[in-house]
Design a protein around this ligand. Sequence first.
Ligand SMILES: [Ca+2]
Ligand SMILES: [Ca+2]
Length: 171
Amino acid sequence: MFSSPNDYSNYYSNSANWLRTSGITAMNKHFAYLSLLDEIVPFNNQLTNLQGLGLYPLYDTTFVDISSSPYSNSHCLYTTQTPGLAILYHNSTMKLSSINNSVWTYMLTSDPSEGCSADLDGDLIVGVGDVLTLLGEFGCSSGCTADLDADGNVTISDVLNLLGLFGESCP
Ligand SMILES: [Ca+2]
Ligand SMILES: [Ca+2]
């Protein structure tokens, strides 16, 4: 997600309305990359924004300066890198550095569905909602989203596949 400067409302001391409105993009496809030392949006306000979105505390914050990809599979990343040519800490997440290169590569190339293909409704856990979604597609033979074993059809094999993953949570 790329955000605008008005994500946090000082007047309401809360995240902007549009952040707290549920969207159609699954939460495991959102990533946040913050600067702990941001001079424009204090870190606590940034966290409030992520809470409004639902990303935090679903994912714990991970300090990228002392960890490496895949950052415990967190989607809430932060840094204290000095801004350098970016001048402000507010922009330090975008400066050219090996840390940022690693973080952006992680955010832009990680496949949230990897290892959790059975989470069909994107709530980060394989549960009843996914079973119902799969059953709703039972018998599908083209363009199926619930074709877990990728044989082109949604059959009993996919049901068994899903049940085998039941209860799994997704990074
Ligand atoms: Ca699910
Ligand atoms: Ca199948």
